[in-house]
Design a protein around this ligand. Sequence first.
Ligand code: NAG
Ligand code: NAG
Ligand code: NAG
Ligand code: NAG
Length: 538
Amino acid sequence: MKQAVALHLFLVALVCFSVLLVRAEDEFKYFTWVVTYGTIAPLGVSQQGILINGQFPGPQLDSITNDNMVINVFNYLDEPFLITWHGIYQKKDSWQDGVLGTNCPIPPNSNFTYQFQTKDQIGSYMYYPSTLLHKAAGGFGGLTVYDRSVITFPYDLPAGDFTLIIGDWYKTSHKELQQTLDSGKTLPFPDAILINGQTNNTFTGDQGKTYMFRVSNVGLSTSFNFRIQGHKLTLVECEGSHTMQEIYDSLDVHVGQSVAVLVTLDQPSQDYFIVASSRFTKPIITTTAVLHYSNCMTPPTEPLPAGPTYQIHWSMKQARTIRWNLTANAARPNPQGSYHYGTIPIQRTLILANSEAQLNGKLQYAVNSVSYVNPDTPLKLADYFNILGVYDLNTIQDSPTNGPVYSGTSVIGITLHDFVEIVFQNNENTIQSWHLDGYNFWVVGYGSKQWTPTMRKRYNLVDAVARHTVQVYPNSWSAILVSSDNKGMWSLRSQIWARQYLGQQLYLRVWNNVTSLYTEYDIPSNAILCGKAAGLQI
Ligand SMILES: *[C@@H]1O[C@H](CO)[C@@H](O)[C@H](O)[C@H]1NC(C)=O
Ligand SMILES: *[C@@H]1O[C@H](CO)[C@@H](O)[C@H](O)[C@H]1NC(C)=O
Ligand SMILES: *[C@@H]1O[C@H](CO)[C@@H](O)[C@H](O)[C@H]1NC(C)=O
Ligand SMILES: *[C@@H]1O[C@H](CO)[C@@H](O)[C@H](O)[C@H]1NC(C)=O
């Protein structure tokens, strides 16, 4: 018996050792990030911003495939804080996801060191605070995963690489915005759209050369259309997937999404306007930056290039043209083990309907009638310490109930490796944007009105793009397929931040009952413990 235990321990040690070995081959990159308040004035009036190492937006975070990123975050705000690495899929490691279902927030005047590996997901991403309304004040930035030199990709190396973190913006402080929501009101209309925290950026390139623009929507609620006066955009990457290189005059980017386009400076030598204008809003808000030809002194001239404003069908049609390049060997040769995703039988279907409701006289948002409430104890810690009563897998149904909205901590149990279809049904007249942590999923269909099983005939089962955030048009549905091979507790949330804050979110608990470091890493030794886990031993 003792021998068996010893052998078992030896095997466990071996597994740990080999896991460490795999991780140790790759480079480690160390960062110290100090998060503070500071005065910023992106719209010309001073307001309180959230800075990282004194910067707004935060520093650009660059990595190469397989890098181990070690980021020690010191919180000097007066509120608990977390950063999430949006789109980095934290393989086997939801412990590093930086959301309240997996991590205790970093208390004021303390720190937490994230450690995660950026796997084979070459592409354009971002990070931002996941707590409260902190995202409305800053703390966000660009995150790029570059390829190792041995990997080829389906376009020539551009002469330069620009990251544009674009989002709607308020002059109002994040605390005031939060109070508005807490008091049961909706957020006001945003004051502006910022590009990299400003309204006056210039991006400089040489005439005749080709540049990459990595464009992300970090905003709270507003989709935008992106375009460059006189220039074509060649879409090459979308959230870590190489796309068919279609050419566009302009592209819609919804909240939480990222795209990379190539732009050749093939026009007469002068400057040109870069434009981001709001979609599906009245009024329309527009911001500009300048594409500067290095050999010229001529400023850009109006009029700004026109873009779509409220055309929903235009946007849906464009979304369908974003397809995966099946012959490109990178960025994602085989996302999570299933290249021929269209031939895999669906084992589970979730139909998730968003709704708005008044609960105890206050505005709330819900999914299948449940308005999510964050428990004091992160779900992941409840699992680790077997703490009962934090959540219940029966809180939410797999499809809409049409019953009255109630508060709850919604967690859907998914068996590890199940192939799951998720239909987002939007019966409201506003645009939705849904993001899933831990995964890239195939966006197989967009349609108007009600989804029914016959819609499956219209799915793109050949070359749908794999991404982490999908928009759902007003009174429409979007369908995705997920190969649930990443064990962990994963946030599925509205990127429309007020909706997320007021309950339009849930977790997918991708699980099997075998404890193994091959399927999931152990709790990190520096995990912060809180709620019912406070004071326990890891
Ligand atoms: C852009 O505007 C900000 C204030 O909003 C100002 O501090 C900065 O100097 C301006 N930059 C340029 C290049 O004009
Ligand atoms: C906080 O930072 C110190 C180094 O300054 C580090 O040793 C410690 O592990 C960090 N704490 C956590 C919880 O990561
Ligand atoms: C797809 O990728 C292949 C291989 O890298 C490349 O040659 C081809 O041009 C790409 N096709 C499109 C339409 O982007
Ligand atoms: C794990 O799940 C399998 C299949 O559901 C079941 O047969 C087995 O008894 C379970 N093992 C444990 C340790 O719970």
